[in-house]
Design a protein around this ligand. Structure first.
Ligand code: 13P
Length: 308
């Protein structure tokens, strides 16, 4: 494989270029190790660029094994012209109210070769979220690794019942506050900010993880208010099932990264009884749909200068 110097910009550089070019960088979650190969293959076949990522809950509640198992699998499957490795949600307090040793775990990931990391202090007070994110930025930036963090409440991972979606959306409860976002970014020096503007995470509890996700909407005017206060690459979590016109609009208004899990996890789980080959094919087919239809990024590796 050709990996000349010009083909290896950092994830941070690629995110900046994507935002300038008006294209989105998707992050694909890998809750089962055999999902990784078809995700990489689909990106390659579509000449697209994306992040391969794992969240803590995917080795605790699913079957990705550990952050080392994902890193090792990535070393086998990666394609530097089309992929980078990202660590998704390491929460300070998780969806079950467990206090995670987040500094130790993220430091371990950085030492292991993860190229960007996320610290999720969104269940903390503003001051505590700032302190936690600052601590991670110091460690990560010293190693040349970019940091994503979250402000506001992107719900869905919790076990209990959710308030009705339309009520949530109309009230804007939990949406990222623009002035808090400005203070947060300035004080933490976070590289990318996950914002709450209407999306929700796909359910992960055993009772709900197979359900079809509801069709979320996005408050683009609210995203504009955040961007007027502070302009960094913004991240959209809960990328599955958002109505397409909202996704395309949000990219024009500053969303530079979109996280996608449920859209590729459910096809894998629904076919794994028929064998790994069938399940990998289902993931590959779902990937083609996401790349070509949902977020329209076919050819993005070329636009970002990674390929011809
Ligand atoms: P979906 O499950 O809605 O695709 O969300 C994924 C996500 O945001 C992971 O961080």
């Amino acid at each position: 494989m050709n990996t000349t110097a010009s083909s290896t910009p950092t994830t941070a550089q690629l995110m900046q270029s994507a935002q300038q070019a008006g294209i989105v960088v998707p992050g694909f979650n890998i809750p089962y190790l055999p999902m990784m190969a078809p995700v990489v293959q689909a990106l390659r076949d579509c000449n697209a660029f994306g992040l391969i990522m794992v969240a803590r809950l995917e080795w605790v509640k699913f079957e990705s094994g550990s952050m080392k198992a994902i890193r090792d699998q990535y070393e086998r499957d990666k394609d530097p012209l089309h992929t980078r490795l990202h660590l998704d949600h390491i929460p300070v307090i998780d969806e079950d109210q467990f206090h995670v040793p987040y500094i130790e775990e993220i430091t371990e990931a950085i030492n292991m070769g993860y190229e960007s990391v996320m610290v999720d202090g969104s269940r903390l007070s503003l001051n505590d979220n700032i302190a936690a994110t600052q601590a991670i930025c110091e460690v990560a930036h010293a190693a040349g690794v970019s940091v994503e963090s979250e402000l506001g409440a992107v719900m869905g991972h919790e076990d209990g019942p959710m308030p009705p979606y339309e009520e949530l959306f109309a009230s804007g409860k939990g949406f990222t506050d623009p002035q808090e976002a400005k203070r947060f970014v300035e004080e933490t020096k976070t590289d990318w900010l996950s914002v709450a503007i209407g999306s929700i995470h796909g359910a992960i509890s055993a009772a709900k993880k197979n359900e079809k996700k509801l069709e979320a909407r996005l408050d683009i005017a609210h995203l504009d208010r955040i961007r007027e206060a502070i302009d960094v690459p913004f991240v959209l979590h809960g990328g599955t099932g958002i109505r397409k016109e909202y996704i395309m609009d949000s990219i024009k208004h500053g969303i530079a990264k979109i996280n996608i899990a449920t859209a590729i996890r459910q096809p894998y789980e629904q076919t794994i009884d028929q064998g790994v080959d069938k399940a990998q094919q289902a993931v590959y087919d779902a990937m083609l749909h996401v790349i070509n239809n949902d977020i329209e990024i076919a050819g993005s590796a070329g636009i970002l200068g990674l390929t011809q």
